[in-house]
Design a binder for this molecule. Structure first.
Ligand code: SPD
Length: 427
């Protein structure tokens, strides 16, 4: 048989463990491990997870590359093992078969670059190869693992270290703490970014302070959701508040954040906090009438356990539980990412609180898809957040608490709506 430059094994792994097929971290580790097991020198790895399912990635090795695409819903992985030189790619094959728990497989081996069909150019690359190898440190290969939060048409990807600090499938959702390169540790629920160490203040300051300063005399607050603790941390900065009740459905979220995001989960031991692990939807259905000054709904997106946080009955119950003059503020989705959920929620609030009593505030979150996000209000009284007069008090509070996003100008400005948003809000 004539000599070839490379050897290409095209592998079909079938009947693989679907959880492994959807786990970008373990696939990256196994693919790098497969290369190393066969004696290859790893240069770089790039892996992406696609929500809701699937992983794609490449390990570049000095001897060529290993690549993978997975379809967890079929327990299937398409793998390419392309090698040059002496490396035995069948060692990588055996290793991956084991790691993925493949029940069946097929493999097609192909020689690439038959030398008797090629004409060799007349230049010497030996010195270049020696020089290149001086720059390679096999212990320090570059990892390029990406977490992608997306729908069918748009995505936001964050590069992360590949390290997983927490990964638990709770009765409600998959709860993970990963570490992003740019924004530090982050909480993800079912493949969606919830919060990160370095930009959480955008969200948590803006969900809390505008309603509290608009009301002006808040004593009793209810927070539904908010398991990472950032919202109650901000609310509890207001000294006049007497009691904050927080109802989070998933104890795993609280546990994960207490351990790995302590700067966000900073106030769970506060004496004014009544922390309950319970279903917020059932809680508000049975709550006292005319009881709370402010209700904050810090929920996830309208899929999975948070779906009910977007329903008419839920907001009707919130309305009833608010005192006269009370304010509701809810995580309102994005007018650029999920327009439908955004406008439907506002229409619901207009229906329950009145057309003029459902304002929207817009703010930026770099780690949410499109970066443009909203909080939506229900006002059970005539005080509109745009017309706050206590601007000096706000700025003194901002100064004292060293806030990083919210201030008096942002308070007023965030309630200005671009024309395309006005269109979305029209009924
Ligand atoms: N797509 C993200 C929706 C925001 C959900 N809430 C975040 C929790 C922060 N406390």
């Amino acid at each position: 048989m004539s000599h070839a430059l490379g050897n290409h094994i095209l592998v079909e792994f079938m009947g693989c463990d679907p959880n492994i097929m959807n786990d970008v971290t373990s696939i990256e580790r196994d693919m790098v491990g497969a290369a190393q097991k066969a004696g290859a020198t790893v240069i770089n790895s790039t892996f992406h997870h696609f929500s809701p399912f699937g992983v794609s990635g490449v390990v570049v090795i000095q001897e060529s590359h290993l690549a993978i695409h997975t379809w967890p819903e079929y327990g299937y992985a398409a793998v390419d093992l392309f090698t040059c030189g002496e490396m035995n790619a069948w060692i990588s094959f055996d290793f991956l078969k084991e790691c993925f728990g493949a029940k069946n497989y097929s493999a097609l081996e192909m020689k690439r670059g038959s030398v008797n069909l090629l004409t060799r150019n007349d230049f010497d690359i030996t010195s270049m190869r020696t020089k290149a190898s001086e720059h390679i440190n096999p212990e320090m290969y570059t990892r390029n693992v990406w977490f992608t939060d997306k729908d069918e048409n748009q995505a936001l990807s964050l590069r992360y270290t590949g390290d997983v600090f927490y990964d638990v499938q709770s009765p409600f959702q998959r709860v993970r703490i990963l570490e992003s390169q740019k924004y530090g540790k982050m909480l993800t629920l079912d493949d969606m970014v919830m919060t990160t160490e370095k930009d959480e203040f955008h969200y948590h300051e803006m969900i809390s302070h505008p309603s509290l300063f608009t009301h002006g005399n808040v004593k009793n607050v209810l927070v539904i959701g908010g398991g990472d603790g950032g919202t109650v941390r901000e609310v509890l900065r207001h000294p006049g508040i007497e009691k904050v009740t927080m109802v989070e459905i998933d104890g795993e979220v609280i546990k994960a954040c207490k351990e790995f995001l302590p700067s966000i989960a900073a106030s769970f031991d506060h004496p004014k906090l009544d922390l309950r692990v319970d279903d917020g939807i059932a809680y508000i259905a049975n709550a006292n009438k005319d009881f709370y000054d402010v209700i904050i709904v810090d929920g996830s997106d309208p899929v999975g356990p948070a779906e009910g946080l977007f329903s008419v009955s839920f907001y009707t119950n919130c309305y009833n539980a608010l005192k006269e003059g009370g304010i509701l503020v809810a995580q309102g989705e994005s007018p650029k990412f999920n327009e439908k959920a955004f406008s439907e929620l506002n229409h619901t609030l207009q229906e329950i609180f009145g057309k003029e009593n459902a304002p929207v505030s817009l703010f930026f979150v770099p780690t949410y898809p499109t970066g443009m996000w909203s909080f939506q209000y229900g006002l059970k009284g005539s005080k509109h957040p745009k017309s706050v007069t206590n601007l000096e008090e706000i700025n003194a509070f901002v100064e004292e608490n060293k806030l990083k996003y919210y201030n008096a100008e942002i308070h007023v400005g965030s309630f200005a709506t671009p024309n395309f948003v006005k269109e979305l809000l029209k009924k």
